[in-house]
Write a protein that binds this ligand. Structure first.
Ligand code: CTP
Length: 131
């Protein structure tokens, strides 16, 4: 039996790569269900990020993964407490580039930061494609 019932994680998942896949698989291994909040294009522009792949397509890719139960949309920084409560999540996970940033969620569920896969990121892929 898995330790958690429903995990949630957040990300942009632009130019989907193996670092994204491994993170999602590792989260899924901890819980019966995995909800993934995918950042909307509008939210990414607030964060100063421009996505190559539009939201609907990024969401379609994530939703089609066997390890993912459901995709929700991330529109702002402040929705996490509500998402965790509304979706009855007992685990929140992010890559360790975010360590400590979401500890306020510990009032509502367990919070874990997993090590990133070294050597791959969307930012690096975009730089390579620009050369
Ligand atoms: N991630 C990971 N290993 C990587 C890249 C990403 O574990 N090599 C994780 C991130 O920590 C995050 C999730 O995958 O929890 C979604 O990543 P995303 O927000 O899309 O960021 P990056 O792929 O790192 O893209 P960028 O370079 O634009 O930050």
């Amino acid at each position: 039996m898995k330790k958690y019932k429903r995990a949630i994680t957040y990300g942009t998942f632009d130019l989907f790569h193996v670092g994204h896949l491994r993170l999602l698989k590792r989260v899924a291994a901890l819980a019966d269900e995995l909800y993934v909040a995918v950042s909307s294009d509008e939210f990414n522009s607030i964060k100063g990020k421009t996505c190559v792949i539009p939201f609907a397509e990024r969401a379609e890719i994530i939703e089609s993964l066997a390890c993912v139960t459901k995709v929700i949309r991330e529109d702002n920084w402040d929705q996490k407490i509500n998402d965790v409560k509304e979706n009855h999540c007992d685990l929140f996970v992010m890559g360790d580039d975010w360590t400590g940033k979401f500890d306020f969620l510990k009032d509502y569920c367990d919070v874990i930061y997993l090590p990133r896969t070294p050597g791959v990121s969307t930012t690096d892929i975009k730089k390579i494609l620009k050369k």
